[in-house]
Design a protein around this ligand. Structure first.
Ligand SMILES: Cc1cc2nc3c(=O)[nH]c(=O)nc-3n(C[C@H](O)[C@H](O)[C@H](O)COP(=O)(O)O)c2cc1C
Length: 266
């Protein structure tokens, strides 16, 4: 059905618009670890909220033992993830999964991944994953349709491979980090960077602008394209334009585009 906007009304089989994949490890009743691929989640502050399906072993496990780890694989590790796509830690396999899933009690071994002990929770992490979170479950809320549970967990420790950390800081190096993205049943690496938020630690004014501001002057980004930007330096008394800087350094241009976006693009 065509709409005024030219869009079509469609009934897609899934709504997986594109989310990083994670491997959630939980504790089985016998004390061994279960590991399952998932992608439904969001994080706000120190809390991470996972969407885990009812009838899966992972959700059963966190109901019994409220600890988990979330390991984010890199994009090139997708086959390890896919090796777990047809198995469940639940025995017997639930009726709705019969024929499509097999019981697998040794998920780490099957995926060719190494279980490494955690510092603060009694559930291992995936050693090979560049980013690993240890978390304690705070609340599990059943979803309205009864097909999933929302697991709210407090992240108590973060482990990052040195290659994805900006040296000398606790920041993840966004350029170096390549999560495995899952969109419409397809795995992707991320694309090239297209912009920053104003909170990006790299989004600082160019040195000349900073000096002007420290001296009490005002500035305004006059224009910014993909490759170049201009900044007016104005006097604090009356706002007369004292100079116009042309920025061409990619980092400075990105900063300028953030300033323009903050003012509104309409
Ligand atoms: C890429 C990918 C994404 C998935 N996302 C989720 C998800 O967000 N939540 C979920 O519960 N299951 C998700 N699954 C399905 C589970 O991994 C699958 O049902 C598995 O059997 C659960 O294992 P368990 O029963 O041992 O917990 C996903 C699977 C794949 C391969």
């Amino acid at each position: 059905m065509a709409e005024q906007s030219g869009h079509r009304v469609i009934e897609p089989s899934v709504l997986y618009v594109g989310t990083p994949v994670y491997l959630v490890a939980t504790r089985n009743p016998d004390g061994t670890a279960n590991l399952a691929p998932a992608s439904s989640h969001f994080a706000l502050g120190r809390m991470i909220v996972l969407g885990l399906e009812e009838g899966g072993q992972s959700l059963d496990n966190v109901r019994a033992h409220p600890e988990l780890t979330v390991s984010f694989p890199a994009s090139h590790q997708w086959t390890h993830v896919e090796s777990l796509a047809g198995v469940t830690g639940k025995d017997p396999v639930p009726a709705e999964k019969a024929g499509q899933y097999a019981f697998e009690p040794r998920k780490f071994e099957r995926a060719g991944l190494t279980a490494i002990g955690s510092d603060l929770v009694g559930v291992p992490r995936v050693a090979e994953a560049p980013l690993q979170l240890e978390a304690r479950v705070a609340r599990i809320t059943p979803g309205v349709a009864g097909v999933y549970g929302m697991v709210e967990a407090e992240v108590v420790r973060v482990h990052a491979a040195p290659e994805i950390v900006v040296e000398g800081t606790d920041h993840i190096d966004a350029e170096a980090w390549h999560p495995l993205l899952y969109a419409y049943r397809t795995f992707f690496d991320r694309g090239v960077e297209v912009g920053w938020t104003r909170k990006n630690p790299l989004a600082v004014p160019p040195a000349d602008v900073e000096r002007w501001e420290v001296a009490g002057g005002e500035w305004r980004v006059r224009s910014a394209s993909a490759t170049t930007a201009t900044v007016e330096l104005r006097r604090c008394d009356g706002g007369e334009v004292a100079d116009v800087l042309t920025l061409t350094e990619p980092r400075d241009v990105r900063w300028a585009r953030v300033q323009r976006a903050i003012e509104g693009v309409g």
